[in-house]
Design a protein around this ligand. Sequence first.
Ligand code: COA
Length: 166
Amino acid sequence: MEILIRNEREEDRRTVEEVTREAFWNLYAPGCSEHYIVHAMRQHQDFIPELDYVALVDGRIVGNIMYTRAALANDAGERLEIASFGPVSVDPEFQRMGIGSRLIRHSLPVARGLGFGVVAIYGDPHNYCKHGFKNGKDLGISDGNGDYPYGLLALELTPGRPSFRP
Ligand SMILES: CC(C)(COP(=O)(O)OP(=O)(O)OC[C@H]1O[C@@H](n2cnc3c(N)ncnc32)[C@H](O)[C@@H]1OP(=O)(O)O)[C@@H](O)C(=O)NCCC(=O)NCCS
């Protein structure tokens, strides 16, 4: 099975939202809202179009990943611009075939090339630790309350952000 990864185009948008809806439907709650989040994200000032990718199999869009700009702040009041991704969606019919992994593995080096040294997300560690993500606690990255939620994960794309180490 050949998987093609390319940037999302304007004409892909509806299909991407449908794939997102199918991927998340009844998964975490009755119905889902992730397809609306995708719809709204593209208009947001923090949306990163260069990191908006679709996966195609036989010309059919079956997956998507989207990134936004985010920031880490430390006690000294410094800020570090980082990237965050999500939702990541793969059509249920095409899950467990490596497509989600391809979207992640394709986009992370591009994020690094765009100058992002860290990617931080909320997600299931099972899905992301295999791609190098660690719990925020391991990197000294908490949420705004100083807590380390189970799903707060981060990956250092470039080493050396001393002022943000624990
Ligand atoms: C989470 C999600 C994006 C992962 O995408 P995916 O394409 O299914 O992911 P992959 O195929 O790369 O990996 C999933 C599993 O399939 C396995 N796999 C990959 N290719 C395989 C193959 N050819 N044969 C058998 N298993 C395979 C992987 O090893 C992995 O196993 P693991 O879970 O035991 O580690 C997708 O399942 C999804 O859309 N889920 C619903 C929405 C969601 O939860 N999104 C994430 C939260 S934002």
